[in-house]
Every structure is written in C-alpha cells, then in structure tokens.
Design a protein around this ligand. Structure first.
Ligand code: NAD
Ligand code: MG
Length: 397
C-alpha cells in the first residue's frame, strides 16, 4: 500500500460491475492490487463480459451473476481460469459467505439486503454503499452486524463524512447531523417543469457520476430521503436531529453539530473513491490519486434550505421516521417500483413520490418488524401495492 503501512485484506465485492464496484476496483489497484488485497468473490448481474474480466484481473476465487440466465455464459467466459462461477440468489449468498474479512456491499436496491445480511451475520466488516439495507431493515440490520461482531463503515459520501466527523468519545454531545444535498439537476426547476422530464434528462447529475437509480433519486431527492433514514440507523440519532441542507457544489460532504456550537465537516472533491478508500482501509488513511480541493479556485460555497413542496420525498422520509415500524421498508420498496415505472416510461417523474406516499399511507398501521421475515413481507406487500397503484392509474389515463 502506498501509505507505507502493510495491509492485507481479504475482500468480497458485492456489485463489482456497478459504479461503486468499478470505483472500488480502481481504489484497490491504486492501493497496490494483489499485494494488498486478496479478492474472494465478485458479483454482477447482466454485464458478464465485465464481470469475468474483473474476476480475472483481480484473481477472484468466485464470480457470481445474480441472473441465472447468464450462468452458462459466465462459466464459458471463465473456462480455464480456475475461477468458480455461480448464479442467482443462492450464488450471491455463497459469495457473501466466503471467508473474506471485509465485504463491499455495492449491489443496488433491496436485492442487496439478503447477501449483505449474510456477510454481516458471519461477522464480516461491511463497507456499506447499499443504503437500501438500512432503510428497509433499520436496526435489525445494525443489530445483525453487531451480533456478528463486525464493523459497519459507511461508503455513502455523506455518511462517510459524518463518520469521519464524529468524535468517538463525544457521541453524547452530538446535537445534530447535517446532510448536504447537491439539489440535483432540477434544483431550481418548478414542479410544472419537472412533470414532463424523461429518465435521460433526470439522470444527468451536475456533480457526481453514479448508477441509474441513485442518479434519478438525486433528481427527485429520494436519494436524500433514503440517506436521512440511513443516518438515523447508522448513527443512532432521533429524526429531529437530522437536517438536510442543499449545497450545490458538493464540496462539503456532510457535517456533525455538537452541543457547544462546533460543527465538524468533511470536505473534498466529489469523487466516491475517497469514501471507498476510507472504508476499505479504515482505521488507516491512505494515499489516493484523486483531485485535490484548490481553495483559492473555489469561488464560493452556497447553502440553501431544501424545498419539501417541490421535493416531497424529504417529507416522506420524515413521515417514515416518525411512524417507524416497517415504513422505511415500505417507502423504499414502493420507490423502487416507482423508479422502474418511471425509467420504462409508465409514469411521470412527479408520480414517483405520489406512488410512494399512497403505498405508505395504505400501510401506515403495520406492526414493527421483529424479524427479517417481517421486513421482507412488508417489502413484498409494498411492491405489490405500488404495482397495483401504477396499473390502476394507467387504466384510468
Ligand atoms: P449501479 O447500478 O451502478 O451498480 C449496481 C450493482 O448491483 C451492479 O454490479 C449490478 O450488476 C448489481 N445488481 C443490479 N441488480 C441486481 C440484482 N437484482 N441482484 C444482484 N445484483 C444486482 O449502482 P451504484 O450507483 O454503484 O450503486 C450501488 C449502491 O451504492 C446503491 O445502493 C447506491 O444507492 C449506493 N451508492 C452509490 C453511490 C454512487 O456514487 N454510485 C454513492 C453512494 C451510494
Ligand atoms: Mg450519498
């Protein structure tokens, strides 16, 4: 490793072919590749060529496609390499259960929950990019990590910033968590303007280069809604201790306010590799080839209050946190279905929040989840209700 420290970590990357996954592999390469990291498993979905190439590049033991239909082509692509191939949900669990001390959880959506949980239960340290795990399963997920004996290190840039700004022995003195939000491409747009946008327009984020779902979620601010709930469970704060502030330059990645009036922040250029590197080498810091902040060239840092009327997702996150129980799972599942309906042209941009709210209202009285099965049941019911709402709206149109 370039910092001079010796670090040999055995790592599995769940979701290696995505935006976080490929950035993770770049960080691993920068930190010394095989001399510092041994890769137990990598997983992807439809991009078999990239998955097989990654597995060969890093010398993984196992490569898994989540889609069973691609098993034969993955096996063919890996023929003669000695790398094992597997597929489907059971293949993902097999990857998560390999004896790697560290797991990068970078599958998008609720599909990431079961494998990340499997890794947590066996005691792996989890570098957590997949925010949906925490939004859906909340404290049950955190408790699984704690019971397994592993650490949970956030990769989401805001949560990494908060994690880095938290003084371990002063947690009792935390007054508030301030999540920054870029405001996305529609920060200054009216609802009328947003009503007709396509997925191609909505996915063009001004500062960050990311996967499709999170890019659309940044435009609708559903991503920030998920991050509010993520922060609640990661840092054990109350809903009214979580603030969101729009900061269009994405330089201040988030902040922690203390009872003495101090505010600690973490700053940097918008590049996920910093947060990924921190999570993979924690508690060490290492040397990364990412752009440095040039303060003399930073003309200004702007902050403005978020508009919960134009971006109702933020209000929905507060509702979900106040209601507690399975409302996080319900909001997340309904939003995932609404996201797919938006990108396939079935519903408009603004309808995503309407559908999430309708489903949340219809399931407001559900009992809190005592087990993961309760979480999966609420998730399944919310998906079915969201689908039904979309179909009913389509027939009415
Ligand atoms: P992405 O769409 O680029 O990649 C997702 C990965 O998940 C890919 O490897 C894909 O093959 C895999 N995948 C997709 N569907 C799957 C399924 N059904 N089963 C198993 N695997 C599946 O997504 P991303 O932008 O890298 O985001 C990954 C996670 O990290 C998300 O939860 C996102 O919210 C979070 N995150 C991303 C960023 C970012 O900069 N991209 C920042 C913060 C947090
Ligand atoms: Mg984020």
């Amino acid at each position: 490793m370039t910092s001079g420290a010796t670090l040999k970590r055995r790592l599995t990357i769940l979701g290696s072919t995505g935006s976080i996954g490929t950035n993770t592999l770049d960080v691993i390469r920068q930190l010394g590749g095989r001399s510092c990291f041994e890769i137990a498993a990598v997983t992807g979905n439809g991009n078999i060529e990239l998955l097989a190439q990654q597995a060969m590049d890093v010398g993984a033991e196992l490569a898994v496609t989540a889609d069973e239909r691609h098993y034969d082509s993955l096996k063919a692509a890996l023929a003669g390499t000695g790398i094992e191939a597997a597929a489907g949900k059971s293949g993902l669990i097999e990857a998560a259960e390999r004896d790697a001390g560290w797991v990068m959880a970078a599958i998008v959506g609720t599909a990431g929950l079961a494998p990340t949980l499997a890794a947590a239960r066996r005691g792996a340290d989890i570098a957590l990019a997949n925010k949906e795990c925490l939004v859906s399963a909340g404290d049950l997920f955190v408790n699984a990590v704690t019971a397994g004996g592993g650490k949970l290190i956030p990769v989401d840039s805001e949560h990494s910033a908060i994690f880095q700004s938290l003084e371990d022995d002063q947690r009792h003195a935390v007054e508030r968590i301030v999540l920054t939000a870029s405001g996305g491409p529609f920060r200054t747009w009216s609802r009328e303007q947003m009503a007709g946008v396509t997925a191609d327009i909505a996915r063009a984020h001004p500062n960050w280069s990311m996967g499709l779902k999170i890019s659309i979620g940044s435009a609708s601010m559903f991503n920030k809604a998920l991050e509010m709930i993520e922060a609640r469970h990661l840092f054990g704060v109350q809903p009214d201790q979580i603030e969101v502030i729009v900061h269009p330059q994405s330089i201040v990645h988030s902040m922690v306010g203390y009872t003495d009036g101090s505010v600690l922040a973490q700053l940097g250029c918008p590049d996920m590799r910093t947060a990924i590197g921190y999570a993979l080498t924690y508690p060490l810091r290492t040397k990364l080839d990412v752009e440095r902040l040039d303060f003399a060239k930073l003309s200004r840092l702007d902050f403005e209050a978020p508009d919960e009327v134009r971006f109702p997702a933020l209000r929905l996150a507060r509702t979900a946190m106040q209601r507690g129980g399975v409302q996080g799972a319900v909001m997340n599942a309904a939003e995932e279905i609404a996201f797919h309906a938006f990108v396939t042209g079935r519903i408009g941009f603004l309808e995503m929040a309407d559908i999430a709210e309708t489903v949340m209202e219809s399931m407001a009285d559900r009992a809190p989840a005592l087990t993961m099965e309760d979480v999966f049941a609420a998730d399944g019911e919310a998906r079915a209700r969201a689908e039904e709402t979309i179909s009913v709206n389509e027939k009415a149109a």
